[in-house]
Design a binder for this molecule. Structure first.
Ligand code: RTP
Ligand code: MG
Length: 156
């Protein structure tokens, strides 16, 4: 496929609760990699939001822990546009488990900002169809300003 024929596509990226302190650095990496951020939003997932977002994993041993983690604090969701956006973003994130990432892709986002197999800093869609579903889901969540103002690290 020539660069003239290359089609830009989109993916859904999310900065998970464990990476709250690294939001700026992760956004910098996304822009430095050449993505266009075409939409961005901060949300606090309810338990039900997290269950629905990760519905494909329902019944797996890590599902309940994942739902609890993803609803533990705010997330930042982004619609990213680039050529081959889905694999490009997954490559920038690195392997799912941050410990594996530190061995196999030491400069990746999950190697740099994640902790383990669950607390791995970022999410990325696994296909263009998943990206469509996730973007529609995320940007349709009703706003809940009160939940955004709740933080565990300080009293405003
Ligand atoms: P993601 O969907 O978040 O972008 O991650 P992924 O495709 O690389 O991995 P996936 O298999 O879809 O898993 C979704 C998320 O569930 C948590 N997880 N925990 N404890 C475990 O064994 C385990 N396995 C997966 C991670 O937060 C993972 O990103
Ligand atoms: Mg996945």
């Amino acid at each position: 496929r020539s660069r003239f024929e290359a089609e830009r596509g989109r993916t859904f990226a999310m900065i998970k609760p464990d990476a709250y302190n690294h939001i700026g650095k992760i956004v910098d990496r996304i822009l430095e990699a050449g993505f266009r951020i075409s939409n961005i939003r901060m949300v606090r997932f309810s338990t039900e939001n997290a269950r629905q977002f990760y519905a494909e994993h329902a019944g797996k041993p890590f599902y309940d822990g994942l739902v609890g983690f993803m609803s533990s604090d705010v997330v930042v969701g982004m619609e990213l546009v680039a050529v081959d956006a889905v694999p490009k973003w997954r490559s920038l994130m690195g392997p799912t488990n941050s410990n594996t990432a530190r061995n196999d892709a030491p400069t990746s986002i999950r190697a740099t900002f994640g902790t383990d197999g669950q607390r791995n800093a970022t999410h990325g869609s696994d296909s263009p169809a998943s990206a469509n579903r996730e973007i529609n889901f995320f940007f349709s969540i009703p706003s809940n300003t009160a939940a955004l103002n709740n933080c565990t690290c300080c009293v405003i």
